[in-house]
Write a protein that binds this ligand. Structure first.
Ligand SMILES: [Zn+2]
Length: 280
């Protein structure tokens, strides 16, 4: 079996297992999202992936798993800061972003050499063996174009504060921003709020999910080896978040659930807000 084909099957299987674990609720279908799911997504899945990668490459499995767990733990600490970030100074938002990106880099480097990768708006900063490079991300370049096309304006103050493209648009009389009734919304690592930046904390969680998706979900290059060749080395294939979100929305449609409240990505954001919005 060619390597690409084996890789595709493994990726697909991994994706199904992750999704099954996240949506499986045997006793109570309306059970709230909890600490178990948080540990699974931040530590469990990165550890599983690290073990698989280390095994395939003949590297020590336990060492890789410990590194992934440690990375996942740091990532989670970054996520915890996001819910109440609207009233915090910019350095705190950058601290959260650095923690998520450092933790994710540690976890995804398990079983190989350490490479630090951080998304910063449309580009990714990649530090590998002392060399720093910037590469555009496929999804990260397209997302701001969509926000501009919708008539949103870049909010420079929030962009600098959150370290990612933050847009604003005028709210309608009922406080919503668009036809679908959203008070704020995100796309990959960009988000749009009203002029006051309300709900930026919730949307920042979604942008952190975009970074973590590089571990949780396959990208288009994993699924289509031909696309991987076309994308080449000049771009970061950051389509993982779209793959994960698209799959979760398809699941919601099939099960008659709400894409805005019932999918795991939203449940996680609301859970973190409920738990960490108040100062601790
Ligand atoms: Zn949301």
């Amino acid at each position: 079996m060619p390597f690409a084909c084996k890789n595709f099957r493994a990726t697909f299987l991994f994706m199904l297992i992750s999704f099954g674990l996240l949506t499986y609720q045997p006793m109570n279908p309306v059970k709230a999202y909890g600490e178990k799911e948080i540990l699974l997504i931040n530590l469990g899945i990165p550890a599983l992936k690290a073990a698989y990668k280390a095994d395939r490459q003949g590297k020590p499995i336990l060492k890789s798993v410990i590194q992934a767990l440690f990375g996942g733990y740091i990532m989670y600490q970054g996520f915890k800061i996001a819910p109440r970030i609207e009233t915090e100074p910019a350095w705190r938002a950058w601290q959260a972003k650095l923690m998520v990106n450092f933790g994710a880099s540690l976890a995804e480097s398990a079983g190989g050499r350490f490479v630090f990768r951080m998304d910063m708006g449309p580009v990714w900063l990649i530090a590998d063996q002392g060399k720093i490079r910037f590469k555009p991300g496929l999804n990260a370049v397209v997302a701001p174009i969509i926000h501009f096309a919708e008539g949103s304006r870049l909010n420079w103050k929030n962009t600098l504060k959150y370290g990612t493209f933050a847009f604003e648009r005028s709210s309608r009389r009922d406080g919503t921003l668009n036809k679908s009734g959203a008070l704020a919304y995100s796309n990959a690592n960009t988000f749009t709020t009203n002029k006051n930046g309300n709900h930026a904390g919730h949307e920042l969680i979604h942008t952190f999910q975009y970074r973590r998706a590089a571990i949780d979900w396959p990208n288009i290059g994993d699924l289509l080896p031909e696309a991987k060749k076309q994308i080449g080395d000049g771009w970061v294939d950051d389509t993982n978040w779209s793959a994960g979100w698209g799959l979760q929305c398809a699941w919601a449609d099939m099960m008659g659930k709400s894409k805005d409240f019932d999918i795991p990505m939203e449940k996680e954001a609301y859970y973190l807000e409920r738990k960490y919005l108040k100062p601790y």
